[in-house]
Design a protein around this ligand. Structure first.
Ligand SMILES: Cc1ncc(COP(=O)(O)O)c(C=O)c1O
Length: 379
């Protein structure tokens, strides 16, 4: 970076909000229907269609969607759910909300999803479900996981919050679980601000989810008749309108992310201290974040500080769940419990990534990264 000026304003993530989204939000405002209206219905149906599912149930966040699914599947006190410690905290919190117990299994080093070979070792007579996460947009080994779930009669709850648009052998992520959940926070492939959609092929489950999100009303939403304890997990119309606009632009947004990912790969390929994001056979990944892996000899903290100095934000991604203070205390986890997760988490670095990142910015980030690592090895 010596001969060049510091480039300012490269964001780690950035939503792309266009004229269409603005127009649709204006339409909602003009209509006076700000909740329980047509946009949420349009959005959930379109997301279900993308995932090849019969039903979509829009809700206020991915977390809300996961929570409703755990509740709707009758998972409760003392039941166990096999899941991954290499995730965002919501995939475990949704289990804890219902006083069920997350049983972590370690991950695979390349696919980054929970390791199918470790599932049986974590099973018990209380196991009710398995909850894999498609990390960073790339598929977990969902075929093997689904086969085990099927054989053992467990529910499969698919956390596809990071994986809208990714495919395995042509099949969309989000099409594998009894219920699968997408999320639309502004750093996701498409956004609604806050929001989520649960998809499923199960008619009864879909009915129940619609009731749960709407304060436990019965299916037709009868004014003040509540048939069960529910939540207010509805998606408002302004958010849904943004989502409808984003879906109209999804190909443009996907192409932008593909361009940026290819730009990084071109510039960072072949470096002996860096691993590019892994893509396996038959996988078509629409990245949610672009996470490279550093050689363990690199001091990541110093590297990030140096990148920050030249205007490049970067982050470790994720931090292991079993080492989060509240989970560590509750379940007496300690370092070394899930060694692959810990080893991977210690070397990840998320680079600036969005559909609108310019080619110049990609080049700048890649060059800054190489310079910063060179500087570390040559002091
Ligand atoms: C793997 C995973 N699960 C669940 C969620 C929860 O989604 P939300 O932030 O919409 O509640 C996220 C989103 O950040 C996620 O990345």
């Amino acid at each position: 970076m010596t001969a060049r000026s510091v480039r300012r304003g490269i964001p780690l993530a950035r939503p792309s909000i266009g004229e269409r989204e603005r127009a649709l939000v204006a339409e909602v405002l003009a209509s006076d229907v700000l909740a329980l209206g047509p946009f949420a219905r349009t959005f959930e149906e379109a997301i279900a269609a993308l995932a090849g599912r019969r039903h979509g149930i829009a809700c206020s966040s991915g977390t809300a969607g996961l929570h409703m699914v755990v509740r709707a599947l009758g998972i409760g006190d003392g039941d166990e759910v096999i899941t991954t410690p290499f995730s965002f905290v919501a995939s475990t919190n949704c289990v804890l909300y219902e006083r069920a117990i997350p049983r972590f299994v370690d991950i695979e080093d390349d696919a980054l999803g929970l390791d199918p070979g470790l599932i049986e070792g974590a099973a018990s007579s209380r196991t009710k479900a398995i909850l894999p996460v498609h990390v960073f947009g790339r598929p977990a080994r969902i075929d093997a996981i689904a086969a085990t779930a099927e054989r053992r009669g467990w529910n499969l709850i698919e956390d596809a919050c990071e994986a809208l648009g990714s495919r395995l052998q042509g099949r969309p992520m989000g099409s594998f679980g009894q219920a699968s959940v997408f999320a639309f926070y502004p750093n996701k492939q498409i956004t609604t601000g806050e929001g989520g959609v649960v998809v499923t092929d199960d008619d009864a489950l879909a009915r129940n989810l619609r009731s749960l999100r709407n304060q436990g009303r019965d299916e037709d939403g009868t004014w003040l008749r509540h048939v069960q304890l529910g939540f207010n997990y509805r998606l408002d119309e302004l958010s849904a309108a943004i989502g409808v606009g984003q879906l109209e632009r999804i190909e443009e947004l996907q192409a932008g992310r593909r361009r940026v990912a290819a730009g990084y790969a071109d510039r960072l390929r072949g470096l002996d201290w860096l691993r590019l994001p892994f893509v396996g056979d038959g996988e078509d990944v629409d990245w949610f974040v672009y996470v490279v892996r550093l050689d363990p000899t690199i001091d990541r903290r110093r590297l990030m500080a140096r990148l920050e100095e030249v205007g490049v934000p970067s982050r470790p991604y994720f931090s292991p769940l079993h080492l989060q203070p509240f989970l560590r205390d509750a379940f007496h986890f300690s370092e070394g419990d899930f060694p692959v997760t810990e080893r991977v988490a210690a070397t990840t670095l998320a680079l600036p990534f969005s559909a609108t990142l310019s080619g110049e910015d990609v080049a700048y980030v890649a060059e800054a990264l190489v310079d910063a690592v060179d500087a570390q090895f040559h002091v």
